[in-house]
Design a binder for this molecule. Sequence first.
Ligand code: SF4
Length: 394
Amino acid sequence: MDTQEKLDILARDAQYDLSCACSTNKPEEHRKRSVDGDRWLYPVTVANGGSGIMLKTLMSNGCGNDCKYCPLRCQQDFRRVSLEPSELASFFIDFQRKRNLIGLFLSSGVVGNPDRTMDRLIGTAEILRKRYRYRGYIHLKIISGASKAAMDKAMSYASAVSLNIETPGASHFQKLTDRKRYETDIMEPLRYIASQTQRGGLFPRIHTSSQFIVGASDETDREILQYGWQMYRSLGFGRLYYSAYQNGLGDPSIPGERQLERELIVEEQPTLFELPPVYKPVGAQKLLVREHRLYQADWLFRQYRFRYDDMVFDSAGNLDLTKDPKQLWAEHHPEYFPVNVRRASLNQLLRVPGIGPTFARRIVDNRKGAVLSTLEDLRLPRSYLEKAAPYLEL
Ligand code: SF4
């Protein structure tokens, strides 16, 4: 196999990891790959706001672990391939000159042990930085169970690192794997990454992200968001991703190729952001809507100054699939409204359905000295104003 053929396989298998884009308001794009033949390319927006396409691949799709939600788990019978660090580095350099790539996202199945696998990821980054003097974006996956020395070395070359938390807590995690330990393989490395990337650490400029797998265990949205909130607040993580578990992935009774067909079917679903307001989810789509609601709640944490305590859950501990969490919060807090647009603070405006950070700031900036006779004078787009009007007064 030449490098390109191996990349066709490895980049396809990398699609399950969504945490490659370090900042984007289009989570639905994380599943998309290039449609023009180079299927290992993915659209992304990185932490500094730049957007473009990234080469996203595994170093190897071989793995000695047994994560039940993962199609690469060791019990699966399909062709395993690997790239050598020098092979991938030289391919990437040639290719990025032709396609002007924004960077490289590199992950891997666990070959041998975590540190041996890390050596191959780090080796690729080292060649790019030292031999080719590449100064662009490199995102390295931290393999669960990696040593502190390996993590330090990875962070010394990477622009961003991620380690997937997978589930909120050990009890859910241990239902999905017998070979990995939640505390030592996941939480301790996550805390170490946090200590090194927060103020006072050795790598304060490195962007960090992580990913939850949604629906593979019996976790609730409440648990996911509680852990997520702590990862933002206490560990200072830059971004969290939520990946709906697709039933059948990792099931040894289903051949790998058929599982991949399922993935492609899911990719072709209409974008979640175009769902009608009252959406009755069925089957796999229900889980994708759940994923979407978690992204909306996460967005409220990061952009709207909401806290974990603000989230409204049903009696089972889950978000409402039919309503966005901000609308639901407003309906549960009639005492908060109407908000006076002449006097309201930015925080108060951000609680109003239909008003986001851009319009809240615009209202605060433009109202000084302005004549506000009607809500139309706010000059919000009509659909936003219609949504916000019941919650506003002059
Ligand atoms: S460690 Fe688990 S999630 Fe990662 S590639 Fe191996 S089986 Fe998949």
